[in-house]
Design a protein around this ligand. Structure first.
Ligand code: PAF
Length: 279
């Protein structure tokens, strides 16, 4: 496995290959990321994992500076997972000058939920993802369903810009108690770690209620948010949406229950798909 920092070197290394599969990451890798690498490898293309903590997608009061950076360990994990190239650009490689051109994602997908609580987040994500796509020119790219809204926003960007890239989705990987693996779990202290699985539990309860026929979306959302708040969470949203486009839920269509809430100083997000609502 080769570690490459510069776009020119990456292009030279990839020139002999006629295809590539990209797994974009911000590092601090866990089993969830490694499962995406395995999905990429299954396609038979050389696998490139990028590691880049993208300043553009962090708000001014967010955790860009303290975001966990564990480069050496990440490289070891990627090697073990069958990655062929690590693309780890410096900030000056990806942003050689202040960025003035941005990708503006579709508002109905990007300005709700995460976009409402993290203004500019998806502009930052789409802009860096497009840059990574341009640097790597992959045939496929793999994103985790843990960031469900991000997956839809990226898929939509790819369709809108007619990029010749298949976007594959990896299932969320969870700890035994249900907590979705996330780099930000590292911020949780012992007490918070014990409490953290509640986010996935309340979303799972929504899933079960909808499967049992409940369509009182507002009540289900409010009950879940109240449960979290009663246990010390500061809730940004719990929302039931259509799985395909995050529109208002309709009985009988695939749905997704999404949540974001802060536990102490740590903001966690999670979601549960409800693919067969009445089963
Ligand atoms: O999901 C992430 O880790 C990031 O948003 C991504 C896709 C690597 C873009 O910086």
């Amino acid at each position: 496995m080769k570690v490459i920092e510069r776009i020119a070197d990456l292009r030279a290394a990839l020139a002999p290959h006629d295809s590539a599969a990209l797994v974009p990451t911000m590092g601090n890798l866990h089993a969830g990321h490694l499962s995406l690498v395995r999905i990429a490898a299954e396609r038979g293309h050389p696998v490139i994992a990028s590691i880049f903590v993208n300043r553009l997608q962090f708000g001014p009061s967010e955790d860009f500076e303290r975001y966990p950076r564990t480069f050496e360990r990440d490289v070891e994990l990627l090697e073990g997972a069958g990655c062929d190239y690590v693309f780890a650009p410096t900030e000056s490689q990806l942003y050689p000058e202040p960025q003035v051109c941005f990708v503006q994602p579709r508002a109905t997908l990007a300005d709700t939920l995460e976009g409402r609580f993290r203004p500019g987040f998806f502009v930052g994500v789409c802009t860096v993802v497009l840059k990574l796509f341009n640097a790597v020119q992959p045939r496929v790219a793999v994103f985790g369903k843990k960031d469900y809204q991000q997956l839809l926003v990226v898929r939509d960007m790819v369709a809108q810009l007619a990029l010749p890239i298949d976007i594959l989705a990896g299932e969320t990987v969870r700890e035994g108690g249900g907590l979705a693996l996330s780099s930000r779990n590292a911020y949780l202290d012992e007490r918070e770690r014990a409490e953290a699985p509640r986010l996935s539990a309340v979303l799972q309860r929504i899933e079960q209620s909808v499967r049992s026929g409940s369509t009182d979306w507002a009540r289900l959302e409010a009950d879940a948010a109240a449960n979290l708040a009663a246990h010390g969470w500061q809730v940004d949203y719990v929302a039931i949406r259509r799985g395909a486009d995050l529109g208002a839920p309709r009985a009988g269509t695939p749905l997704v229950a999404l949540g974001a809430a802060k536990l102490g100083g740590t903001r966690l997000i999670d979601n549960r798909e409800i693919v067969d609502p009445a089963r």
